[in-house]
Design a protein around this ligand. Structure first.
Ligand code: FAD
Length: 373
């Protein structure tokens, strides 16, 4: 079976590894010309479902590299007001990476997942065309076409595959947040109040503006982990940093300036984190929630990840469910079972997660993440 995957986000890349491990022929097409072409977001939290899917799909050395480069976990949960007066705080149990979940830097994970895969970058997928005999043709910008037995839409919340397959599918936009990153220099580390370091925190001002600051430092420095687990892998040595999300009513264009305005009058430690951020690293993230879709009967096309079930990030489930899709679809195809088995199970568990996530509106807590579109 010749599988064509459209989209090299977390879900599509994990699927490509799962299928390769099972001996299937796979090619992945990604619109970005390079892994770090656009902001990837900074952190994503994986729970047991996501971690087990990665373990099942990845070659052992890449899984070990993911664990080694994962972000050191928070040691405290703390809710504060804008002066950093605590409203609620508790210590978090010590966790072991890979056993109790994983916090990962998105670019690091993406680059690890891109290692040793047949990926065609800079390929902007446009549409598919069913072919006689149950095959399918993918059309790309520039007139290029590729034929295969199964086309998988892993092209994120703005999915073109979904738009053609399920033209009536609706994706609601939920809200916005500003997203930034500040290099954790020794000077900034020394000046930052300890409650903001290595904690899951939420800072809420009287006007309900809310912010979270996540400390992002890997267990093992990237170059050392790469040398140990996957020499030759191209993984950026992302500097230690604080990643932060800030709820704002509406982005106004000059994002970093807007972020500084939003925290004006807050504790100086918070203002400094925002002030020292690189303006170019500040961007908007939008959150979405897909409405339930019915099974489809197109024999050579399927969907995984946000392409079918984008959800509020409130429960931190989206990537986990996308990874679960990748694992399940790999297993179904590897065993020669009909892809409809994957679709029926996936629609059940994924839309249960979408609906549960809607009850948890996105409030920044752990510095969050971002999707492909
Ligand atoms: C603020 C925030 C915080 C989050 N935090 C968490 C968390 O802690 N835990 C968690 O589990 N989930 C979290 N999520 C959700 C998670 O980020 C997504 O569910 C996940 O990244 C989706 O992965 P994906 O591979 O399905 O899609 P994407 O990551 O969106 O990847 C889609 C890929 O397809 C490519 N593409 C798109 N169109 C085309 C085209 N036409 N041709 C070729 N390629 C194309 C894109 O370039 C991209 O690389 C969060 C989301 C947000 C917004």
């Amino acid at each position: 079976m010749d599988v064509l995957i459209m989209g090299g986000g977390i879900a599509g890349l994990c699927l490509a590894h799962g299928l390769r491990q099972a001996g299937l022929h796979v090619t992945l097409f990604e619109r970005d010309p390079a892994p770090a072409h656009r902001p990837q977001g900074y952190r994503v939290s994986l729970k047991d479902t996501g971690v087990q899917a990665l373990r099942a799909c990845l070659p052992g050395n890449l899984y070990d590299l993911t664990v080694a480069t994962s972000i050191r976990p928070a040691t405290r949960l703390i809710f504060m007001d804008h002066t950093l007066r605590p409203k609620f705080a508790k210590d978090l149990p010590q966790t072991l990476p890979g056993i109790d979940g994983l916090g990962v830097n998105r670019l690091t994970l993406r680059e690890i997942l891109m290692t040793d895969l047949p990926i065609r970058l800079g390929m902007d997928y446009q549409r598919y065309e069913p072919l006689p005999g149950g095959r399918v043709r993918a059309h790309f910008a520039g007139g290029h076409t590729v034929d295969g037995d199964l086309l998988v839409g892993a092209d994120g919340v703005g999915s073109r595959v979904r738009a053609q397959l399920l033209p009536k599918a609706v994706v609601d936009e939920l809200g916005w947040a500003l997203y930034g990153r500040t290099r954790l220099t020794p000077g900034l580390l020394a000046a930052t109040p300890p409650e903001l370091i290595d904690s899951f925190n939420r800072i809420t001002a009287p006007d309900r503006t809310a912010m979270a600051i996540a400390t992002c430092r890997p267990f093992t420095p990237v170059p050392e982990a790469v040398a140990r687990h996957a020499p030759g892998a191209q993984v950026t040595n992302v500097p230690d940093h604080l990643s932060w999300t800030l709820n704002v009513p509406r982005p106004d264009g000059l994002l970093h300036r807007q972020a500084m305005e939003a925290v004006r009058g807050w504790h100086e430690g918070v203002q400094r984190v925002v002030r020292e951020a690189d303006p170019g690293d500040t961007f908007i993230l939008r959150t979405h929630s897909a409405q339930r879709v019915q099974p489809w009967d197109e024999p050579a096309v399927t969907l995984i990840g946000d392409a079918v079930h984008s959800m509020s990030p409130g429960r931190g489930e989206g990537a986990n469910v996308g990874l679960r899709d990748a694992r399940l679809l790999s297993e179904v195809l590897a065993q020669g079972r009909p892809k409809a088995e994957y679709e029926h199970q996936m629609l059940d568990y994924a839309f249960a997660a979408v609906e549960a996530s809607l009850e948890h509106p996105f409030k920044p807590l752990d510095g969050g993440g971002v999707t492909g579109r």
